[in-house]
Design a protein around this ligand. Structure first.
Ligand code: NAD
Length: 497
């Protein structure tokens, strides 16, 4: 069986802890590779290596740094097919969906090509008599990213591209469930001309994460994953006085107003609810039809669409979605369906019994649809992260808005309506970080920022866009006066301009 490595100092390095994790091929259910789980000593060695490499990279002027990114983007495009195949094999999503995962990461590397402009400071000429003030953005040093299984290309790229462009050295601790693509990204960075030691991959679990957080030479931690772990990593990193941003779980609502184009709304809902087997932090997991007639029309169109979802192996480009990532994930999602039934929700479509012919050991699950869900149910309150959509009926718009605002998560939300006033009111009042108006998955483009509110995000500043440049740099402000501006005599009062 293939034994994966770490990637430190520009080369593959075998694990030495003696501990390994299993990397599955979800479409067949087989174990495809084993991944080393780093010990604290291995983390220390990687950090020291990165620390030694970082000053040289920080001293490389931003224009030259940008050229490495141009090459890197070319290489991602060159290898798009093979990266997507590897990603789909380890994760389970279909190959077209895997290409989207890579593309949305690549776009942040494209954004980072603008680093000479993005990292510019400010300058105030003659802020006082003979006094000029300017600010500069300097890298933090060695920074670390800890990423989830569900976007093994996109989220590592969201983290590392701005961090590296700003002149930092970066240590990625990817999900131990699909580490293959991150290791390939490391090879491509070297091929693009990034100096060894600036992008490193350390595979591992909690031990590796804790060692990164506790390492005094790691200046900042960026995390994406589930909310309990986000909260833990935020608190532990903050206790060390580190810069930290942690993005967590979600329960994204889609409000369907009586005036919505129902065909469009159903198309949007089926893709956003079941695409990637529901394993997206921006997946729609709750549909909120407003009014009885809207709910009836929605269910009438939605039920046959869910029943006819095409589930297939990751290699089937015509499939709507593939298997879940692991058997544990499959069991967990099935268990939530059992919970929903016990709680009294109506299971309008039951996909638990689905078997994929020829792939009987794969981690497949048919689409499930719950109707008459209420807000006290666990299937509404908790993130399921699978192909399970809940319909919670609201009588009025105000009730639908209140539901979105009272939910503990606030990652994404959507409203489908043809009424401009309602859409505007919703966008203004909803307590959620990313809002779609007739757009079911409103993931902002790379030059805007991505981030949720409430318990979907801990710390300030979002991912990519201008916030990422702020997160991965510290600002220094210089106030200077030259002799021609100096008045004679000492002053003991607070300096005023
Ligand atoms: P996860 O929280 O299980 O794991 C995320 C990372 O944390 C992995 O690298 C993992 O190795 C590490 N980790 C796991 N347990 C740990 C522990 N006890 N201590 C320290 N580190 C630990 O998440 P996942 O299952 O890989 O990913 C799915 C979750 O990520 C979902 O909740 C999803 O909503 C969320 N997500 C959020 C966003 C966002 O931007 N808000 C984006 C993608 C995914």
């Amino acid at each position: 069986m293939q034994e994966l490595t770490h990637f430190i100092g520009g080369k593959h390095v075998n694990g030495s802890s003696g501990r390994f994790g299993e990397v599955f091929t979800p479409m067949t259910g087989e174990v495809g590779a084993k991944v080393p789980l780093a010990s604290p000593a291995e983390i220390r060695a990687a950090v020291e290596n990165a620390k030694a490499a970082q000053p040289g990279w920080a001293a490389t002027n931003p224009q030259r740094r940008a050229r490495v990114f141009m090459k890197f983007v070319d290489l991602l495009n060159r290898d798009m097919n093979s990266l997507a195949e590897l990603l789909a094999r380890e994760h389970g999503k279909t190959i077209p969906d895997a290409k989207g995962d890579i593309q949305r990461g690549l776009e942040v590397a494209e954004f980072a090509i603008g680093i000479p402009h993005l990292i510019k400071g400010e300058y105030s000429d003659s802020a006082g008599t003979g006094i000029d003030i300017y600010s500069m953005r300097q890298p933090l040093g060695v920074v670390a990213g800890i990423t989830p299984f569900n976007f093994p290309a996109m989220i590592p790229l969201w983290k590392c591209a701005p961090a590296i462009a700003c002149g930092n050295a970066f240590i990625l601790k990817p999900s131990e469930r699909d580490p293959g693509v991150p290791l390939r990204l490391a090879e491509l960075w070297i091929e693009a001309g990034l100096p060894p030691g600036i992008f490193n991959v350390i595979n591992g679990d909690k031990q590796a994460v804790d060692a990164l957080i506790d390492d005094p030479d790691v200046a900042a931690i960026g995390f994406v994953g589930s909310t309990p772990i986000a909260e833990y990593i935020y608190a532990r990193s903050a206790a060390h006085g580190k810069r930290v941003q942690c993005f967590g779980g979600a329960k994204n609502h889609m409000v369907i107003m009586p005036d919505a184009d129902m065909k469009q709304a159903v198309d949007a809902l089926i893709g956003a609810g079941y695409g990637s087997a529901g394993e997206r932090c921006m997946a729609i997991s709750v549909a909120v039809p407003v009014g009885k007639a809207t709910a009836e029309a929605l269910m009438e169109q939605l039920v046959p669409r869910v029943e006819n979802l095409k589930i297939g192996p990751s290699t089937d480009a015509s499939a709507d979605y593939g298997p879940l990532v692991t058997r544990d994930a499959l069991e967990r999602v099935r268990n939530y369906v059992d919970i929903g039934i016990k709680e009294g929700a109506t299971l309008a479509v039951d996909g638990r019994g689905f078997k994929m012919q020829g792939y009987e050991n794969g981690f497949y699950m048919g689409g499930c649809l719950f109707d008459n869900v209420t807000k006290d149910m666990r299937i509404y309150k908790e993130e399921i992260f699978g192909p399970v959509l809940s319909v919670l009926r609201a009588e009025k718009y105000d009730e639908a808005l209140r539901l979105c605002n009272e939910h503990e998560y606030g990652n994404g939300v959507a409203i489908f309506t043809r009424d401009g006033d309602t859409a505007r009111d919703f966008a203004s009042k909803v307590q959620v970080g990313m809002v779609g108006v007739n757009v079911p998955i409103p993931v902002p483009l790379s030059y805007y920022t991505f981030g949720g509110w409430k318990r979907s995000s801990f710390g300030d500043l979002n991912q990519h866009g201008p916030d990422s440049i702020h997160f991965y740099t510290k600002t220094k402000t210089v106030t200077s006066r030259w002799p021609s501006g100096v008045k004679e005599g000492a002053s003991f009062v607070m300096p005023l301009m």
